[in-house]
Design a protein around this ligand. Structure first.
Ligand SMILES: [Zn+2]
Length: 138
């Protein structure tokens, strides 16, 4: 395709998006609903099993009651560094109210908490992209 043809195509696509905004919005809404169902069902099931889901609910309720500071409405310093705390971190999902206010990067650095079952979190083994042995045979 020549640059003129590409420009014309882009112009037409933009026009189409403007004219069919509602139709496309509806399409993408449905598309992402399906996408979310497919990709997050496993993760949310895991969160329910580990106790993370329950603990988050308890913290949310406690904030609503006013027994814990809301981190979006108050400026709280991170426990580990100087940044502003964004989330409450659980170290043990058996103790839903033992939380520390941390920033997002410290939360990521801290890693996974102890699960409701008392076992440490184990990451699922990664799927192999390719086998070295099969590559050597090629
Ligand atoms: Zn921090």
């Amino acid at each position: 395709m020549t640059p003129e043809q590409l420009a014309r195509k882009a112009k037409y696509a933009k026009q189409y998006r403007l004219l069919n905004k509602e139709k496309l919005d509806e399409y993408y809404r449905e598309y992402y609903k399906e996408y979310h169902k497919k990709n997050y069902a496993e993760q949310s099931a895991l969160h329910k099993k580990t106790g993370a889901y329950y603990c988050r609910g308890v913290v949310r309720y406690t904030i609503k009651q006013g027994r814990l500071l809301s981190l979006s409405e108050n400026i709280v310093k991170c426990t580990d560094c100087e940044n502003r705390a964004k989330v409450y971190d659980h170290r043990d999902y058996n103790k839903p109210l033992e939380v520390e206010a941390v920033c997002s990067s410290c939360n990521a650095k801290r890693g996974k908490a102890i699960l409701k079952t008392g076992e440490p979190y184990k990451r699922k083994p990664r799927r192999k992209m390719c086998d070295i042995e099969t590559l050597e045979n090629v």
